[in-house]
Design a protein around this ligand. Structure first.
Ligand SMILES: Nc1ncnc2c1ncn2[C@@H]1O[C@H](COP(=O)(O)OP(=O)(O)OP(=O)(O)O)[C@@H](O)[C@H]1O
Ligand SMILES: [Mg+2]
Length: 360
């Protein structure tokens, strides 16, 4: 009969034994190769400092630990230290008989020349929008002609027939509005980033929502007043928050609903990008509503352009949100069940050197 340690050493994939506080207790030899470091030098170090995962995972990991359930994560970019990340599947399981200890196994999927998923989604969105922009431009002229002709025609029509020309004019206006939105999307410039107090942005969004589309909603502020400054374009971030508040207000019962705007600091939130660079995104803003939740049919595609669950929706709101957040090197995620939908923004703080400049 083999000993446990032989089995551990023979595992063909990088495997880590992780203790409470996410510190590495042991690593097998494939894991040493993966980290390019010996078990002795890495033991005791926090696992998420040594390997970073493109998807924020620490929270799900904690949940798996608390609930003592296994966790499988497929197709994520995992990067050890300075090396370019690899696409991997993660298998995580609580260690039997050792409460709080977890086993993490990483199976790299060697796929040469692969595009990361987020990249391909982004470029798909971009080409869809490029095409739509071109069409928008081309459709506007003939549409103006149609509207003009309908208006001329209406002068010589009886009252009953007027209804039809009115319909032509009204529907054409609706198309023009949609086209203008598409064009606005294409015109979005690169963010003009500066230190921003994110609470000012949230306040502006909240007030304008309550005066307009969100008049039927109750919007609760739940801010962490000690939050440091974010690094972003205040006008674009305002657009993001307005879009999220608008969606929550539109999804709610017309009689009203509740939105909570929650800001907090999460020191450990890091994002590892497919090009090997990592970024800390410690500022968190959640827009939480108690509406019906995302429709099942579109829940996987809501960030794509022209995906809408509403009759008159253009489906551009969240595509715009996700473009702005990605231009800010931030992260957006969503979790939704009926009665509790959370859109979470994770943003970078002001770069350190710059903060010094600001204060000196
Ligand atoms: N908070 C939410 N609760 C329930 N469903 C939502 C929520 N936010 C977004 N959705 C769903 O996601 C869809 C896509 O949203 P998105 O903002 O991209 O487009 P839209 O609101 O339909 O149109 P537009 O924003 O261009 O007017 C919405 O139509 C809606 O079905
Ligand atoms: Mg919207």
């Amino acid at each position: 009969m083999r000993k446990d340690c032989d089995i551990w050493a023979s595992l063909p994939v990088p495997a880590f034994l992780i203790g409470v506080n996410d510190a590495i207790v042991d690593v097998n030899s494939a894991g040493e190769g993966f980290l390019n470091a010996s078990a002795r030098t890495v033991s005791g170090l926090p696992i998420w400092d040594l390997i970073s995962v493109e998807t924020p995972i620490a929270e799900a990991f904690d949940k798996a630990r608390t609930n003592r359930t296994p966790l499988f994560v497929n197709d994520v970019d995992v990067g050890p230290g300075s090396r370019a990340p690899l696409q991997c599947a993660l298998q995580i399981a609580p260690l039997q008989g050792c409460p709080g200890h977890m086993i993490l196994m990483i199976t790299p999927r060697e796929l040469a020349g692969r595009m990361t998923q987020s990249h391909s989604v982004k470029s798909a969105a971009q080409s869809a929008i490029g095409m739509a922009e071109m069409l928008a431009h081309e459709i506007k002229n003939p549409l103006a002609g149609i509207t003009g002709a309908a208006q001329l025609l209406s002068m010589s029509l009886s009252k009953e027939d007027l209804e039809l020309t009115d319909l032509i004019v009204a529907e054409s206006r609706r198309i023009v509005k949609l086209l203008e939105q598409v064009e606005q999307f294409g015109n979005l410039s690169a963010p003009d980033k500066k230190p921003v107090n994110i609470h000012d942005v949230l306040d502006r969004a909240r007030r304008s929502a309550l005066l307009g589309f969100g008049a039927h909603m109750k919007i609760i502020e739940d801010y962490d007043p000690s939050l440091p400054l974010a690094y972003g374009d205040p006008d674009q971030l305002l657009q993001v928050v307005l879009n999220l508040l608008k969606n929550a207000s539109e999804a709610a019962d017309p009689k009203g609903g509740n939105i909570r705007i929650h800001s907090y600091f999460e020191h450990s939130f890091r994002l590892r990008r497919s090009d090997g660079t990592g970024q800390s995104l410690p500022l968190q803003v959640e827009i939480i509503d108690d509406g019906p939740g995302l429709p099942d049919k579109i829940r996987d595609d809501i960030f794509d352009p022209f995906v809408s669950g509403r009759e008159n929706g253009t489906g551009l709101g969240l595509a715009l949100v996700s473009k702005i957040i990605s231009d800010h090197d931030g992260w957006i995620s969503v979790s939704s069940v009926p009665g509790h939908t959370v859109f979470r923004l994770s943003l970078p703080r002001v770069p350190r050197g710059m903060q010094l400049e600001e204060t000196s």
